[in-house]
Ligand binder design. Structure first.
Ligand code: F3S
Length: 754
């Protein structure tokens, strides 16, 4: 479990010098975010990087992976040929546990259902020096905050809410498995220098308002896209007055505004949290450099000069919010909910209130929620809605049990789910959800898109603080405003809920019996990675073959995709996710969502060998069986969406050789390059129209493949005519080596073999 204090001290020892160098180049005062970024460059900066423009190589301090995304990340990492991960890394088993009846039983079922995945992750972690958190140990982001996050550090994680660690002053960013694999293999990690949004918090939270309401308000202002390409830095007296875990909640939901990440400069709340979680030495190390772990003084005094955008929120006036339904940026202050619900015909009866998750399961959150639960008995009330608690970690669960909170919740009929994602990620086997009835739930999670929690598209999910969720569950009414409204108790008396109160940190300290951590073997060379040869969910990867050293001739057109083709169209999610550790099985979803230009149908393309139409994956497999390579053609912004590496691995695995599009989403383009595919763009976008359904294609110029030198594509049409078109690429010298070697990982493996 041990965090690496020596690593943290090394980061701090170099921090000031690196920042001073950067300040000379940038030639103005630096925000806290910029300091952390410049302190984590792989090589010293030669110039000031332009925000929103320049791509920069970083060296993160840590990697964290959850069990769903870790599978492919680790399968790939195993191909790098290293004995050990290059940076401290952890795996957290939290996504594969279905919430249904309660923690103990649900956990037992998950351990049985997903044992082969857990066993694989445990064995591969053990072998390669990766810390392994067993199922039931907790949710990745809570466990990272409790154990690994440190002020001024930089980490990546294979989950979009990795950003949660910003609450402890990190720059923590969610990435795909390929990026995690690169960093664990010792490669630099590339990111476009983000723009900066400053959020100034004045005043102090009071009464019913909670840290969650800060981000619910910000989401309402910025919308789900407003933070795209930006890092949000919170500051001001209001920021300092927030608890560290409250800051974590705010950063967590920065993912819901599309922000690259969010963070807070180091302050006392972080020091208190570090000490409470057994990291006095980290707190002492951070204290020793605390002037470094914040922005230069001029920045917060004149934020407009140093941030690309500034928002100011007065916490004295902040109202509790309910965001939703179906989108986390539809923000309604609680005082306006009666009108909003009536105007929009939202069902107002609250069926279930759910608290906890990675977003909101701190001791403070739970203690404030329990202060309301206590009032149910004290005031003779009865909780109208169902109520569930998802603790973020075993440490939190054990501590709140010790302090009697779970008993109080039990007394109002609550169910405690396992320390895992559960309903937050749709792993909630909610009774009756299949009837798809219109209904309302309130939760303290982060996302509320349709079907996210229980799979029912007619569940109206509203996001709120744990304390407001608890109050609304007690009232059973979405429009209940606990600040002004009263309730009628079982005796018919009118009663009012007192505002929540709680403790930032447990007075008796945190406690835990078995945290659920497995340390890796000191020498993993003898450890065997467990994958059953007949497994349907896991498959060890074979290296992709090297380029044959010639031009590619006689390729067939697999599909000319029309319009939007995101990573979801290329590699669908949903039921396919269970195969994310099995490349061959998940490849059966290749491009099944893409629209065929020639017949406007999805998953229906012509097999030129037979003249028949069939599913894309089956057609591609037929070409592969015949030893024929293929070309995939796409439109604008091909591969936008997630950074899922499967979208690049599947075509490569099934024998496609090149993807030719009008334009690429950059991450997908890079992923294709890493997997040894040719990622090409039309020099003249109108040439897209020249691609015909029965084309046979040659790609020429590969024997002299060089940066900034276009290639030529010859389209041999069925009628005997042909077109030669120019295609561009953005490969640099290194990336051309990836292509020649068959994949980036093949090069790393060679380096370690030598
Ligand atoms: Fe993600 Fe929720 Fe788990 S945001 S990490 S699914 S608790």
């Amino acid at each position: 479990m041990a965090f690496d204090i020596d690593l943290i001290k090394k980061v701090y020892a170099e921090f000031e010098g690196k920042v001073a160098e950067a300040r000379k180049l940038v030639n103005k005062p630096l925000t806290f975010t910029e300091k952390v970024l410049y302190a984590h460059l792989t090589t010293p900066a030669q110039r000031a990087y332009q925000r929103g423009v320049d791509y920069v190589d970083f060296a993160p301090d840590r990697v964290a992976m959850q069990d769903a995304t870790a599978q492919m990340a680790l399968l790939q990492f195993m191909q790098a040929g290293r004995d050990k991960v290059a940076v401290p890394s952890t795996v957290h088993c939290d996504h594969l546990i279905m919430a249904q009846t309660g923690a103990a039983q649900d956990l037992a079922v998950a351990k049985q259902d997903s044992s082969e995945v857990f066993d694989f992750l445990a064995s591969v972690s053990n072998k390669y020096g990766i810390g392994f958190w067993k199922p039931g140990a907790g949710i990745i982001h809570q466990v990272v905050l409790e154990n690994y996050a440190f002020p001024g550090g930089m980490m990546i994680g294979t989950d979009s809410h990795t950003v949660n660690a910003g609450g402890l002053g990190m720059i923590a960013i969610g990435v795909g498995g390929a990026d995690a694999c690169d960093v664990m293999s010792g490669l630099p990690w590339e990111l476009k220098m983000p723009k900066l949004i400053g959020v100034k918090l004045t005043g102090k939270l009071n009464g019913w308002a909670a840290p969650k309401d800060v981000i619910l308000k910000v989401a309402g202002i910025l919308t789900v896209k407003g933070g795209t390409g930006c890092i949000v830095e919170y500051f001001g007296e209001g920021a300092q007055a927030l608890s560290c875990t409250g800051k974590g909640t705010i950063c967590n939901m920065g993912a819901e505004i599309g922000a690259t990440t969010s963070t807070f400069a180091y302050d006392d709340s972080m020091s208190r949290y570090l000490k409470a979680t057994g990291r006095e030495d980290v707190a002492a190390a951070a204290d020793a450099v605390k002037e470094q772990l914040t922005a230069d003084p001029e920045v917060y005094a004149n934020p407009e000069q140093y941030f690309d955008q500034v928002i100011e929120i007065n916490l004295d006036e902040l109202e509790p919010h309910l965001n939703g339904p179906f989108t986390p940026d539809l923000a309604t202050p609680i005082s306006k909910m009666k009108e909003a619900a009536a105007a929009n015909e939202w069902p107002t009866k609250v069926e279930v209130g759910l608290i906890g998750s990675c977003t909101n399961s701190s001791y403070e959150d739970i203690s404030r929620a329990v202060s309301l639960a206590k009032q149910v008995n004290e005031k003779g009330l009865k909780t109208k809605a169902e109520f569930t608690i998802t603790p973020g970690s075993e440490q939190v669960r054990y501590t709140i049990e010790r302090d009697g909170f779970l008993d109080t919740f039990a007394s109002i009929g609550a169910t405690v789910f396992a320390n895992a994602c559960g309903p937050c990620i749709g792993m909630w086997n909610r009774l009756g959800a299949d009837k798809q009835e219109k209904n309302t739930i309130v939760h303290s999670f982060n996302r509320n898109f349709a079907k996210r929690a229980d799979g029912n598209p007619n569940t109206y999910a509203f996001v709120a603080s744990p304390e407001l969720v608890t109050a609304l569950a007690i009232a059973g009414d979405l429009t209940f405003n606990p600040i002004t409204d009263t309730l009628v108790n079982e005796k018919g008396e009118t009663v009012k809920l007192d505002p929540p109160s709680g403790e930032e940190l447990p007075a008796k300290g945190f406690a835990v019996d078995d945290p659920g951590y497995q340390a890796p073997a000191a020498d993993g060379s003898g450890v065997e990675v467990k994958v059953a040869p007949d497994s349907k969910r896991l498959q060890l990867l074979d290296p992709f073959p090297e380029w044959e050293g010639t031009d590619l001739k006689g390729l067939k057109l697999l599909i000319k995709a029309k319009g939007k083709c995101t990573t979801d169209h290329i590699s669908m999610a949903g039921p396919w996710l269970k195969f994310r550790g099995h490349l061959d099985n998940i490849s059966n979803n290749l491009l099944i969502g893409a629209v065929n230009y020639f017949n406007d149908k999805t998953d229906n393309v012509k097999n030129q060998l037979t003249g028949e139409y069939g599913a894309v994956p089956a057609t591609q497999r037929a070409y592969k069986a015949a030893g024929i390579g293929t070309l995939i053609v796409g439109d604008e912004n091909y591969g936008e969406g997630s950074s899922r590496e499967h979208a690049a691995m599947e075509p490569r695995h099934l024998g496609a050789r090149a993807v030719l599009v009008k334009s690429f989403a950059r991450i997908h383009e890079t992923n294709l390059k890493k997997q040894g595919m040719l990622a090409l763009t039309f020099a003249d976008k109108d040439d897209y129209d020249k691609i015909q359904e029965d084309d046979t294609i040659d790609i020429l110029g590969l024997t002299t493949f060089a940066p900034d030198t276009p290639l030529t594509l010859v389209l041999h049409h069925k009628d005997g005519t042909s077109d030669a078109i120019t295609v561009n690429h953005s490969y640099n010298a290194q990336q051309i080596e990836w292509f020649k070697a068959g994949a980036a990982l093949n090069i790393i493996r060679r380096e370690f073999a030598n």
